[in-house]
Design a protein around this ligand. Structure first.
Ligand code: ADP
Length: 404
């Protein structure tokens, strides 16, 4: 029997959704509502056969969800709201409390709200999305899926920062890591494709998109990851600096009289590929500029790869070796140049890629005699969310044929 599961990713002014048929994992309908709160909000929806787009005023998230459900009904994608068997919500921060996805209850919601301090821009709007769906679909079970949960297996030695202890003990300042849903999904998919148990593998996963993070996965568990207390740390990203000398910040603050908010903006919105190239945050634009002879754009691409290589190197040390390297995210899945730059000159590790396979984004791109597998795997966070809804909220409804 097939279930229809809705995966929701609510942002401050957007709502991304995907309705999937489970357990097959087939997309029934997906879309995006953007510019919520504005007169020219935009709704984009598509099925395998059709695509719709329209602009309409949408005052708030409640109107956005109501509109989404109305559209699903009017386009006969569902016949009644009860056709939706479960809803999964992406939630940015689960702190140290949530080590796995969790069924939504009043207590779960209260706990996520308490964690808002750690993710003030994301958790409140995630909670809002959960509330609205609970009100509009009161009898439909829902599950919260946390970006941080997969990394709760990190050892203290990987998550404690060398600050005075009370900042961890009293304020919860530690490495949490993000993109957990993606890292978990692609590492599981890798093991399936290799036909090897994930528990027997040492994997490094490079999720390279506008936000980028690297994750070391040993025996199926996250043992280190480059994002930290916030999604700002680690490798360089589209507009985020990643790791820098921390004392640069008080130095700039004093010199230019910047407030903490202004410093945050500088680090999150004006740095990374954009900051160095001065051209764009978008990897493709920076590639184009570099090819056109822009020196800073070329430097931005070099730095992008070098930061990733340094992280990979340290994770190989931590895991005592490497069996597979995965590339995912918009850049990881599509840019042969980025992958080649990251894997350059690593023959001494048994890691080298086949140029032709790399250029055509093949699933496995390692050279024939290479020891380390190098995989390009499209991430699918929505499918992972839907799988968690099935596992956590609907497992009692999965029927098994016991007659065989
Ligand atoms: P987000 O983190 O916002 O989900 P994505 O995973 O969609 O981001 O990745 C966006 C990035 O992927 C952009 O920098 C974009 O330039 C890059 N990208 C997408 N397609 C290509 C491509 N064909 N070649 C190089 N980079 C690409």
């Amino acid at each position: 029997m097939s279930h229809k599961i809705m995966a929701i990713n609510a942002g401050s002014s957007s709502l991304k959704f995907q309705l999937l048929a489970m357990p097959q994992g087939e997309m029934i309908c997906q879309g995006l509502i953007e510019r919520i709160g504005m007169a020219n909000a935009r709704v984009t929806m598509k099925t395998s056969a059709q695509k719709w787009q329209e602009t309409a005023p949408i005052a708030d998230h409640r109107e956005a969800v109501t509109l989404l459900l109305d559209k699903l009904l009017s386009h006969h994608i569902i016949n009644t709201l009860q056709d939706i068997d479960g809803v999964g919500h992406r939630v940015a921060h689960g702190g140290e409390f949530f080590k796995d996805s969790a069924r939504v209850t009043d207590e779960t919601l209260a706990q996520i709200e308490r964690l808002a301090e750690l993710a003030p821009l994301h958790n409140p709007v995630n909670v809002l999305g959960i509330h609205i769906f609970r009100q509009l679909l009161p009898s439909t079970p829902s599950v919260a899926v946390f970006d941080t949960a997969f990394h709760q297996t990190l050892d203290e030695s990987a998550y404690i920062y060398p600050l005075p202890w009370r900042y961890y003990a009293e304020l919860g300042i530690r490495r949490y890591g993000f993109h957990g849903t993606s890292h978990k999904y692609v590492s599981t998919a890798l093991a399936e494709r290799l036909g090897i148990q994930l528990s027997a593998l040492r994997v490094i996963c490079c999720h390279l998109g506008n936000g980028s993070s690297i994750c070391a996965i040993k025996g199926g568990q996250s043992v280190n990851t480059s994002m930290g207390f916030t999604p700002q740390s680690g490798v360089m990203m589209g507009t985020r600096s990643g790791d820098i000398d921390p004392s640069i910040l008080p130095w700039i603050a004093e010199r230019e009289g910047k407030t903490p908010q202004q410093l945050n903006y500088l680090l999150n919105n004006e740095s990374g590929l954009l900051g160095i190239s001065g051209v764009s945050h978008d990897y493709r634009d920076v590639e184009q500029a570099a090819d056109g002879g822009n020196r800073r754009a070329a430097l931005a691409l070099t730095l992008f790869a070098e930061r990733i290589r340094a992280t990979i190197g340290s994770y190989i040390m931590q895991m005592g070796g490497l069996d597979a390297l995965i590339f995912t995210g918009g850049i990881g899945e599509n840019s042969a140049r980025a992958r080649a730059a990251v894997c350059h000159n690593l023959h001494f590790l048994g890691l080298s890629i086949d140029e032709e396979k790399n250029l055509r984004n093949a699933t496995f791109i390692q050279a024939e005699n290479a020891v380390v597998k190098v995989a390009v795997i499209n991430t699918n966070e929505e499918l992972m969310i839907a799988q968690d809804v099935m596992r956590i909220a609907l497992s009692d409804k999965v029927t098994f044929d016991v007659s065989a």
